[in-house]
Design a protein around this ligand. Sequence first.
Ligand code: SF4
Length: 234
Amino acid sequence: MIRYSEIPHKQAREIVLLKGGPCVWGRCAFCDYIQDNDPDPAACARLNREVLAQVTGKYGALEVINSASVFELPRETLCDIRRVAREKGINRLFFECYWSYRDRLDEIRSFFGLPVVFKCGIETFDGDFRNRVLKKGIVFQSPDEVARYFDSVCLLVGVKGQTREMIDRDIEILQSRFRYGCINLFQNNATPIRRDEALVQWFCEKYQYLQDDPRIDVLLENTDFGVGGKQDAR
Ligand code: SF4
């Protein structure tokens, strides 16, 4: 699997896809990438060290994803990330984090001593769709509550059962309340959740301008960040 890449546009950064322990939630109906989780911290740390060795620091920013939350990375890997950040002059980090860790984000900030952008997979601000269909297990009173903790949210677009109105509202909330965002167009995977092609088509036409918004990443494919795909056979 490709685990290192660069995102040269928008918030320019290097990105690594590391391995960590099982996602603390692990029950989202659309998620099959937790198959990359590994309960063996020593094995994860070994692999992660090899991946981190590719980081050059060329953008001064590094995003770390691990098909779970930063809190599920082995301690050894957190130390390696901190060492690499110091050695390579990285001054900004991006991590993924599930909602249930929202009161612990300062632990990560103080461990690294750097500005950190935390990305939370909210998927949609429609509570019924988020929890009944997508099974996110995330309950909050208002988008402002989410924004109090997270600088960035990930939204999922193009799932059967989702409506245009839901998506319009999600995009409006993202743009008005969050510094950054990431929109993932759903692709069929090993789960029973299905993609709505007509909805994806509609979104791509209506929201094409988001491709030029420096604050928002739009991933047409899961692998658009350059990681997660298969290495070419050589
Ligand atoms: S919180 Fe994220 S990694 Fe965990 S099951 Fe849900 S989508 Fe997958």
